[in-house]
Design a protein around this ligand. Structure first.
Ligand SMILES: *Cc1c(COP(=O)(O)O)cnc(C)c1O
Length: 405
């Protein structure tokens, strides 16, 4: 198998000299593993028994009837162990690390979901795990820190820069430059220097391969996925990117408005070509090349960069990019909870929101397939505050009383 490094003009490997050796080693190991039946069987076995794959494809018949247009189907990645798609990639890379004889895993995390998936697979595969996390994120995401530590991971606060995700990535890269003989850097989305985008895409394409089988014989109008860094979307879309149909629709975070800093839309013309954290892609940045602040109600969609393969396919026109606002995502969360008994993660609810818009005017003979990248239990602090604030605040106050005595 050939590892793809460039996607159109995006991608590549722009790293300091010290990182060339570990990236070369990783690329070779990945290429060999993909041709090794033993490795592939082990990945498939863990996907089945540990992650709980294949995840179902649900016909959302009540939602379809309510909207009166295209048939809506939901790929339930939220039923995967740890509650989201991120574990597909974490398992794949952790198995590669073992194959390379590494004893230790490091990872970055923003909201904490990638940290949780990584910590869980390290527990399962007997690997030491350290997760770098910005101090600001640690404060905001305490429950996720708790879970990571319960899985046995060490969570290391990063106090440099804006003390968020991009600083955690820098810290992980710094660690790796000095530790790669026994350490693997388990990166969380389909971005970063080659071979990460292609490797993460490969492990996540288990979503698309299952979907392809599940939709056999159906007339499909479009596949719809939310796009943060882009790993669930590229994994879901991958088997279809070289075909003219169905339409592939990526949904970015429209946030609270169109001003800079109020959203995380890179593909609406706002993203600028840049080279950041080892790869060339489109980024939200100012004229000095500094990454800009972003906003989204969902913590997983607020990264200022986008995976290079998605950027390339967007530029080519194969993938269409849309946006859903914070409010539209919350409406979609409520709609699918009420009508289907399913709680979308706020990230995935952006894809759900676009499917609702499309289904309204859609062809009743055709299907829209939505990837529910994760389930929404993790979002209760945000969702309850947004949808039922009075009761939620009352609950938090009562809880505090118990501890304050
Ligand atoms: C992290 C996350 C995302 C965004 O990441 P991608 O790499 O764009 O997939 C989307 N949905 C959920 C549930 C997540 O946890």
């Amino acid at each position: 198998m050939i590892v793809e490094s460039f996607f159109g003009s995006f991608g590549g490997r722009y790293v300091p000299e010290v990182l060339r050796t570990p990236l070369d080693e990783l690329e070779t190991a990945f290429r060999e593993a993909m041709e090794d039946e033993t490795f592939k069987n082990e990945f498939a076995r863990l996907c089945k028994n540990y992650i709980g794959r294949p995840t179902p494809l649900l016909f959302a018949e009540n939602a379809t009837e309510k909207l009166g247009g295209s048939r809506i189907y939901i790929k339930l990645e939220g039923l995967a162990n740890t509650g989201a798609h991120k574990i597909n990639n974490a398992i794949g890379q952790a198995l590669l690390a073992k194959r390379l004889g590494k004893k230790r895993i490091i990872a970055e995390t923003g909201a904490g979901q990638h940290g949780i998936a990584t910590a869980a697979v390290c527990a399962k595969l007997g690997l030491e795990c350290r997760v770098y996390m910005g101090e600001v994120d640690i404060k905001r995401q305490h429950p996720n820190v708790f879970w990571m530590e319960l899985y046995g991971a060490e969570v290391v606060p990063v106090g440099s820069g804006s003390r968020t995700l991009k600083d955690a990535v820098n810290e992980a890269l710094r660690d790796w430059a000095g530790s790669f003989p026994d350490t693997h850097y388990l990166l969380g989305s389909a971005l970063g220097p080659s071979p990460y985008p292609d490797m993460v895409r490969e492990f996540q394409s288990v979503i698309g391969k299952e979907t392809e089988k599940q939709i056999a014989g159906m007339e499909v109008e479009a596949l719809v996925a939310c796009v943060g860094g882009g790993s669930n979307a590229i994994g879901f879309f991958y088997p279809f990117i070289d075909k003219p149909f169905p339409r592939l629709i990526g949904v970015e975070a429209g946030g609270r408005g169109s001003l800079i800093g109020d959203n995380a839309c890179r593909m609406d013309g706002t993203g600028k070509i840049g080279i950041v954290q080892g790869y060339k892609s489109l980024f939200l940045m100012d004229d000095d090349g500094q990454l800009q602040a972003t906003h989204s109600i969902s913590a997983g969609l607020d990264y200022p960069g986008i995976g290079p393969q998605l950027a390339g396919l967007g530029k080519k026109g194969r993938i269409e990019f849309k946006k859903a606002s914070d409010t539209e995502a919350l409406d979609a969360l409520r709609f699918f909870a009420r009508n289907e008994g399913i709680i979308f993660a706020l990230e995935s609810a952006h894809a759900g929101a676009e499917a609702i818009k499309m289904a309204h005017n859609g062809d009743p003979e055709k299907a829209l397939i939505v990837n529910m990248s994760g389930r929404g239990d993790k979002d209760i602090f945000i969702s309850a505050m947004a949808l039922a604030p009075r009761d939620w605040i009352l609950f938090l106050k009562e809880e505090m009383k118990i501890y304050e005595g």
